[in-house]
Write a protein that binds this ligand. Sequence first.
Ligand SMILES: [Zn+2]
Length: 185
Amino acid sequence: MDAKPILETYEEWKRADYAFCPKCGGPLGRRSIKASEPDRLVCQGCGFVFFLDPKVAVGTIISLDGRILLLKRAIEPAYGKWVFPGGFVDRGERVEEAAIRETREESNLDVRLVRLLNIYSYSNNPVIIIVYVGEAVGGDASAGDETLEARTFEPDAIPWHDLAFPSTAQALRDFLARGDRSFRP
Ligand SMILES: [Zn+2]
């Protein structure tokens, strides 16, 4: 079955995530590889299948003296909104190490991961977010990379209307619902 050329119209080109094969530079087209799965981007030159995989992100909720550490984002998306420390997992990196690394980079805090809180994913959103509960073991919380401000909030003072992402609110609700309010590192 021939792949449908993606560049037939400008509208199709705009919708396409990628137009050219990363291996040979040939045009990519959409083709059904397996009936039960979405169409894939397939190179019409060399047949390379360009899988658009999910992105994996990690986050860590840290309680400091009963207050929750949140960071004000200094980057888009969600510039100026509050989120717990986190970021993307690098290829080949363990997710736990990514959570510890991102926390250190963004908040200058060294953490030990206490447990997995939950995993969050959404339809038509490529990002999967793995959220841990962490305990501070060193450093002082302050604004690091990509952060305007680091601040701790009482559980009843969390800025629910100024949180960065749906997963931010969902994870904080899960954290508080599980009776972690008393959690004090
Ligand atoms: Zn190719």
